[in-house]
Design a protein around this ligand. Structure first.
Ligand code: ADP
Ligand code: MG
Length: 262
């Protein structure tokens, strides 16, 4: 299969703390992969490596066969907090990056309006961030991330702060956008049900130092209905298995730290 982004035998330490040790991970082009694991196991660190914010001490980080050395607009990132500029309106927030790079303003605005419509924010272009709910702000962040036409999107618990209803709507929105664009997505979450609705493949990480301990391809197909997914054959078994695995690792994480790890 054609590898799009990967970590190869990556080891990353912060001073004496080994966060990732000889980790291998790869996504094919257009794949939607969800990463689950206990807090502190290195999930955000993996996204930061792939984004080009951090470099490993050992191993290789590749995108399209080339080493990742610095951030690039072809690799977008979405965080739990939407991080909008409070003094810019919705449209200006979405177009801020492309404008900086001096693209044609009218064309960028037109594409931004299209993305805003797609995420359900047509008519909100002139609103200020403080006039929006949390879910609406995160929709702005989605439109902003998608506007430059990234090849890869890295999502770090993007819906973690939203209420359950908003969260489901955002999950449906994200899947629809992904089906349309065929972007390669790596999505971090704590929520097993979210993982099972979104992913082609679910990776479970161990407690620190992080390794991939489970790699599960989901059998649910491309067309998924969030309301009926739970009645698919194997859904219950897979959910039980993944939950158990994640809990196991979380318990290991909570075990007292060894000397030298404190
Ligand atoms: N810049 C940093 N300096 C020192 N330690 C860090 C830094 N970033 C993350 N860490 C540590 O690395 C570990 C993994 O962090 P992170 O990747 O954020 O975990 P996760 O996203 O899985 O919760 C944690 O123990 C965290 O405290
Ligand atoms: Mg994190």
């Amino acid at each position: 299969m054609n590898e799009h982004i990967s970590l190869q035998q990556v080891t990353l330490r912060f001073e004496t703390l080994t966060v990732l040790e000889n980790i291998d991970l790869s996504l094919t082009k257009g794949e939607f992969v969800v990463l689950l694991g206990p807090s502190g196991c290195g999930k955000s660190t993996i996204l930061n490596l792939l984004a080009g914010f951090t470099q490993p001490q050992q191993g290789r980080v590749l995108c399209g066969g080339e080493p990742v050395r610095q951030p690039h607009p072809s690799r977008g990132m979405i965080f739990q907090q939407p991080n909008l500029f409070p003094w810019l309106n919705v449209l200006e927030n979405v177009t801020f990056g492309p404008r900086l790079r001096k693209h044609n303003r009218a064309e960028v605005d037109a594409r931004a309006r299209e993305w805003l419509a797609r995420v359900g924010l047509a008519g909100f272009e002139d609103h200020a961030p403080w006039q929006l709910s949390g879910g609406m702000k995160q929709r702005v962040a989605l439109a902003r991330a998608w506007l430059p036409g990234p090849e890869v999107l890295l999502l770090d618990e993007p819906f973690g702060a939203l209420d359950a209803q908003t969260r489901m709507m955002m999950q449906e929105l994200l899947r629809a956008a992904w089906l349309e664009t065929q972007t390669t997505l790596l999505f971090v979450t704590h929520d097993v049900e979210e993982a099972l609705f979104l992913a082609d493949r679910v990776l479970v990480m161990s407690a620190r130092p992080g390794r991939i301990v489970e790699d599960i391809r989901l059998p649910f197909g491309r067309e998924r209905d969030i309301e009926t997914l739970a009645s698919e054959p194997h859904y219950g078994d897979i959910k039980h298995h993944v939950l158990q695995r994640v809990r196991q690792e979380a318990k290991r994480h909570l075990a007292p730290l060894n000397e030298g790890e404190r």
